[in-house]
Design a protein around this ligand. Structure first.
Ligand code: HEC
Ligand code: HEC
Ligand code: HEC
Ligand code: HEC
Ligand code: HEC
Length: 439
C-alpha cells in the first residue's frame, strides 16, 4: 500500500514538474525553479486557502509596499546609488523568489511572476539556513527542489523532509529583523522576542502565529488537527498538531479586536480635593514582542480616555509622565505632529517609535533613518499603567463614567496620502468603562 501510494505520489509530482516548464519566465528569462502555490492544491487545499488570505502571499502586491518601493525608493536610486542595495534587500524579503531567480531588482511590477511574487509556500519550505551569524536582513539560504522542509520528525520521502529550522523563531527572524544602510536596526521583532520571557519559555513565533487564534489562550496554543495532505489512494496520517497558515497579525482585525490580544482595565480612586484618579492598565501579556512591532515606524497605537459627568463628556490627557503634548519628543527639539496630526485625538497617549533622518527630521522612510529618537512602545508581556487625574466640580452628583479605548492604525494618513492609497481607519483593540456614583 505504502509503495503504491509513494509511486502514485511520485507520478503526481512529476506531472507537477512537467507543468513547471510552462511556468511563466522569471526576470532573466530562466524558468523559475520554484513551484507556484497552485501546485500544492489538490493535496494541501486547506493550507492553500489559508495562505492565500495571509499577508505573506500579498507581500509584493500589497499597495503600501508597492507605493514605497516603486514610487518613493526607485526614483531616487539613480541619484543615490547606495539605495540600489536597499532596493535589492526590499525584494529579498517582499518577493524572495524574484530575488533568488533574478540577480537584480524589478523596476516595474510586470517583471515579477504574479504567482511567485509573495513569500510563498515553496519559498518558506525550501529554506535551509541563513548566512549571517544571527538571522536578519533576508540572509536566507534557499535550496529549491523536490524536497520540502517541514515539522514532521523522523520522516523522509523524496517530497517531505524534516526541517528543524522551520520550527524555530530564527526562521522567522531572517525577515522579521532588519538593519538599514546606516546601520540602524529598523525592524526588531525577532530581537524583541529573543529578549522576552517567551524565548526563555520556548514559546516560538509559530506557537502564537500558527495556531487557530493567532495568540495564546490561557498560555496555551490552540492548534488545528487532522490530515496535513489529502492523497488518494493511501492516507496521510492523522496529526494532532497542524499549523494554521493565515499568519494573523495586527493587520488581521480578528486577532486583535473582539476580546483579542490586548486587555484594558480601569481602577478608580477618589482623592481629597474633589479629584478622581483613574489608573488605566494596558495589558500586553499575550504579545511575544513589543506592540507595535515590525514596521514600527509606521504603526500607531494609542489610548483615549474620556470622562462623562452628567451630560458632558471630556477627554482627559495622561499625566503619568508629566507630558502634555503627545507629539513632542521629550528632551529633543522634535515633534511628529505634522506627520501624525489629524489622525489621533489631542490628549491621547501614543505608543510608537519615531525614526529621524540625517537632518534630524522625523521620517516614515525607514531606509533614510539614522536614529530612533523616541520609543515608548509596550514591551513583550508588559503590563503598563497610565494615570489620569481630573477635577469633579463641587455641584456634581450622580454617575461619573470613565472610558478608555485603545486604538490601532497601521499607517498614518500622511503615509497613505503620499502614495494615493485608501486612507486607513483606526480600529478599536480594546475598550473598557468604569462608573462611580457620587453622593
Ligand atoms: C512564511 C513561511 C511559510 C509559508 C508562506 C508557508 N508555510 Fe507551511 N509551514 C511553515 C512553518 C514555519 C511550518 C512549521 C511550523 C512549526 O513546526 O512550528 C509549516 C508547516 C507546514 C506543513 C506541515 C503540516 C501542517 O499543516 O502544519 C505543511 C504541509 C505546509 N506547511 C505546507 C505549506 C503550503 C502548501 C503552503 C502554501 C499554500 C505553505 N506551507 C506556506 C512556514 C510557511
Ligand atoms: C500529490 C500530493 C502533494 C502535493 C502536490 C504537494 N504535497 Fe506536500 N505533502 C504531501 C503529503 C502526502 C505529505 C505528508 C503528510 C503527512 O505525513 O502527514 C506532505 C508533506 C508536506 C510538508 C511537510 C514536510 C515535513 O516533513 O514536515 C511540506 C512542508 C509540504 N508537503 C509542502 C508542499 C508544498 C510547498 C507543495 C507545493 C509546492 C506541496 N507540498 C505539494 C502531498 C503533497
Ligand atoms: C521571506 C521572508 C519572511 C519570512 C521567512 C517570514 N516572514 Fe512574516 N512577513 C514577511 C513580510 C515581507 C511581511 C509583510 C507583508 C506585508 O504586509 O506586505 C510579513 C508579514 C507577517 C505577518 C503579518 C503582520 C501583520 O501586521 O498583520 C505575520 C504575523 C508574520 N509575517 C509572521 C511570520 C512568522 C511567525 C514567520 C515564521 C514562521 C514569518 N513571518 C516568516 C516576510 C517573511
Ligand atoms: C506570545 C505570543 C506571540 C509570540 C511568541 C509572537 N507573537 Fe507576534 N504577535 C502576537 C500578537 C498577539 C500580535 C498582535 C498584536 C496585538 O494586537 O497585541 C502580534 C503581532 C505581530 C506582528 C504585527 C506587528 C504590528 O505591530 O503590526 C508581527 C509582524 C509579528 N507579530 C511577528 C512575530 C514574529 C516574527 C515572532 C517571533 C520572533 C512573533 N511575532 C512572536 C503574539 C505573539
Ligand atoms: C529583512 C526583511 C525586510 C526588508 C529588507 C524590507 N522589508 Fe518591508 N517588511 C518586512 C516585514 C517582515 C514587514 C511586516 C512587518 C509588520 O507587519 O509590521 C514589512 C512591512 C513593510 C511595509 C508595511 C506594509 C503594510 O501594509 O503594513 C512596507 C510599506 C514595507 N515593508 C516596505 C519596504 C521597503 C520599501 C523596503 C526596502 C527599502 C523593505 N520593506 C525592506 C520585511 C522586510
Amino acid at each position: 500500500m505504502k509503495t503504491f501510494a509513494t509511486a502514485f505520489f511520485a507520478l503526481f509530482l512529476s506531472a507537477c514538474m512537467g507543468a513547471q516548464s510552462q511556468a511563466p519566465q522569471s526576470l532573466q528569462g530562466a524558468p523559475a525553479p520554484y513551484w507556484s502555490y497552485k501546485m500544492c492544491k489538490g493535496c494541501h487545499d486547506r493550507l492553500v486557502e489559508q495562505h492565500a488570505e495571509s499577508y505573506h502571499e500579498k507581500s509584493f502586491t500589497n499597495p503600501a509596499f508597492q507605493g514605497q518601493y516603486f514610487r518613493e525608493l526607485l526614483p531616487r536610486v539613480k541619484s543615490e546609488p547606495d539605495l540600489a542595495k536597499e532596493a535589492r534587500e526590499c525584494i529579498a524579503c517582499h518577493s524572495p523568489i524574484t530575488y533568488m531567480t533574478s540577480g537584480t531588482y524589478p523596476e516595474r511590477p510586470e517583471q515579477v511572476v504574479p504567482e511567485l511574487s509573495g513569500v510563498t509556500c515553496d519559498f518558506c519550505h525550501t529554506v535551509t539556513g541563513y548566512k549571517d551569524p544571527t538571522p536578519g536582513n533576508g540572509s536566507y539560504v534557499s535550496e529549491p527542489g523536490e524536497r520540502k522542509f517541514g515539522p514532521f520528525r523522523h520522516e523522509y520521502n523524496w517530497h517531505h523532509v524534516y526541517g528543524p529550522l522551520q520550527t524555530t523563531s530564527e526562521f522567522c527572524g531572517i525577515c522579521h529583523n532588519a538593519t538599514n544602510r546606516h546601520g540602524l536596526q529598523i525592524k526588531s521583532t525577532y530581537s524583541e522576542w529573543r529578549e522576552s520571557r517567551f524565548a526563555r519559555d520556548g514559546i516560538e513565533c509559530q506557537s502564537c502565529h500558527m495556531n487557530r487564534k493567532g495568540y495564546l489562550v490561557v498560555g496555551k496554543a490552540m492548534y488545528e488537527s487532522g490530515q496535513a495532505a489529502h492523497i488518494t489512494p493511501g492516507q496521510a496520517p492523522y496529526r494532532r498538531k497542524l499549523y494554521t497558515h493565515r499568519f494573523l497579525g495586527a493587520h488581521s482585525r480578528t486577532q486583535i479586536t473582539a476580546g483579542g490580544a490586548i486587555a484594558l482595565r480601569i481602577e478608580l480612586e477618589e482623592s481629597a480635593g474633589n479629584e478622581i484618579i483613574a489608573h488605566v492598565v494596558v495589558d500586553n501579556k499575550k504579545t511575544g514582542h513589543k506592540m507595535p512591532s515590525g514596521s514600527s515606524d509606521l504603526r500607531l497605537l494609542w489610548l483615549e480616555v474620556n470622562v462623562t459627568m452628567g451630560d458632558k463628556t471630556v477627554s482627559v490627557p495622561a499625566d503619568s509622565r508629566g507630558e502634555t503634548d503627545p507629539y513632542a519628543v521629550a528632551g529633543k527639539d522634535i515633534s511628529d505632529r505634522e506627520m501624525l496630526g489629524g489622525d489621533i485625538p489631542e490628549g491621547s497617549r501614543i505608543y510608537r517609535s519615531v525614526f529621524v533622518d540625517g537632518g534630524g527630521r522625523p521620517t516614515l522612510s525607514s531606509y533614510d533613518a539614522v536614529a530612533v529618537a523616541f520609543d515608548n512602545r509596550l514591551n513583550a508581556a508588559e503590563v503598563r499603567q497610565e494615570t489620569y487625574r481630573f477635577a469633579v466640580p463641587h455641584d456634581t452628583t450622580g454617575r461619573v463614567a470613565v472610558t478608555a479605548r485603545l486604538q490601532y492604525l497601521p499607517y498614518p494618513s500622511s503615509f497613505t496620502r503620499r502614495f494615493g492609497l485608501t486612507k486607513e481607519e483606526p480600529y478599536e483593540i480594546a475598550a473598557v468603562r468604569k462608573v462611580i456614583m457620587l453622593k
